[in-house]
Design a protein around this ligand. Structure first.
Ligand code: FES
Length: 158
């Protein structure tokens, strides 16, 4: 038997086998939790965590002004969030979080159509404002702030 009772003291003592079984059970539960938690977080990411990661970035230097030709767009990472910068034909910069407002796919700039496009379900956004203009996206892209400082392009939260 795994439990021992000390008759003289009337105290309940735990036998070695019970202690080992309990310790092994506890270890197995702890190991299972440590193993399964990352899998759970991968399968069910918390949108707030992603938002927090990108909101912790004060600003991001994404290159020289000359790295971006007029009429071009480039995807980049703003923290852990996909982002997109577009330089319009008149030289203005516009940046957005490149997360489609329909189901969260990453959007890209399509130069030939001068549009921000989502390949998942054909959603489209205005490249200057981020406004949803076609397809299923229900609302505009989240805008980022763009500044040019000493010929460097700096992106920050709007
Ligand atoms: S996820 Fe972008 S259009 Fe559906």
């Amino acid at each position: 038997m795994s439990e021992e009772i000390d008759i003289l003291d009337g105290e309940k003592k735990i036998g070695r086998a019970t202690f080992v079984k309990t310790a092994m059970g506890g270890f197995a539960i702890m190991w299972g939790g440590l193993t399964l938690y990352p899998v759970f977080r991968y399968l069910c990411p918390d949108a707030k965590d992603e938002e927090d990661a990108s909101s912790k970035i004060a600003s991001l230097d994404i290159g020289k002004v000359t790295d971006f030709s007029p009429g071009s767009g480039k995807n980049f990472k703003f923290g852990s969030t996909p982002a997109l910068i577009i330089r319009s034909q008149d030289g203005e910069f516009h940046a957005f979080k490149a997360v489609c407002t329909h189901l969260g796919c990453t959007v890209q700039y399509r130069k030939e159509k001068n549009s921000i496009w989502c390949a998942c379900h054909g959603g489209a956004y205005d490249p200057n404002t981020g406004k949803n203009v076609a397809g299923p996206p229900p609302k505009p892209l989240l805008a980022l702030k763009v500044e040019v400082v000493k010929e460097r392009v700096i992106v920050s939260n709007a």
